[in-house]
Design a protein around this ligand. Structure first.
Ligand SMILES: [Zn+2]
Length: 144
């Protein structure tokens, strides 16, 4: 990722700070803003729609699924799933903030995606990558 791929936003006012009109702020800006305010402004928030995480949440509680896999439970604290909430809504932001408030690194949103946070963009992304990897193992393992 390169700097021109990021949209700069003033965290206090949520106003755009750059002239790049081709990039727009995420529709989940209130979620990102809430998480940054909740912890501290030095943290990064990543919101993605990972295939295996979303698939696993159809039947599994992510926080329970990871207890058997020290590869993830040692480095990534997984919150209880957020249920069905409308995308780009205050409810989605509130539920994610509530679940992550318990000192968690990542939360899954049913039928939608996941939100992770870390001190660097890579740290936040790595939490999602780890959970996606374990979800893939679990789902593939159920088919053999
Ligand atoms: Zn989304």
């Amino acid at each position: 990722m390169t700097p021109e791929l990021f949209k700069k936003i003033d965290i206090a006012t949520l106003q755009e700070l750059d002239d790049n009109r081709e990039l727009r702020a995420s529709g989940e800006i209130h979620l990102h803003h809430g998480l940054i305010k909740q912890t501290n402004q030095e943290q990064c928030v990543v919101h993605l729609h990972p295939t295996y995480i979303v698939a696993a949440m159809q039947t599994l509680e992510l926080s329970q699924l990871v207890t058997d896999y020290p590869e993830i439970s040692r480095y990534t604290r997984v919150a209880d799933n957020v249920g069905m909430v409308p995308p780009i809504s205050e409810e989605l932001a509130e539920q994610c903030l509530l679940k992550l408030a318990e000192d968690k690194d990542i939360v899954g949103i049913k039928a939608h995606g996941a939100v992770s946070r870390g001190y660097t963009l890579y740290d936040a992304y790595e939490h999602t990558e780890r959970l996606e990897h374990i979800c893939k193992i679990v789902l593939v393992g159920r088919t053999v």
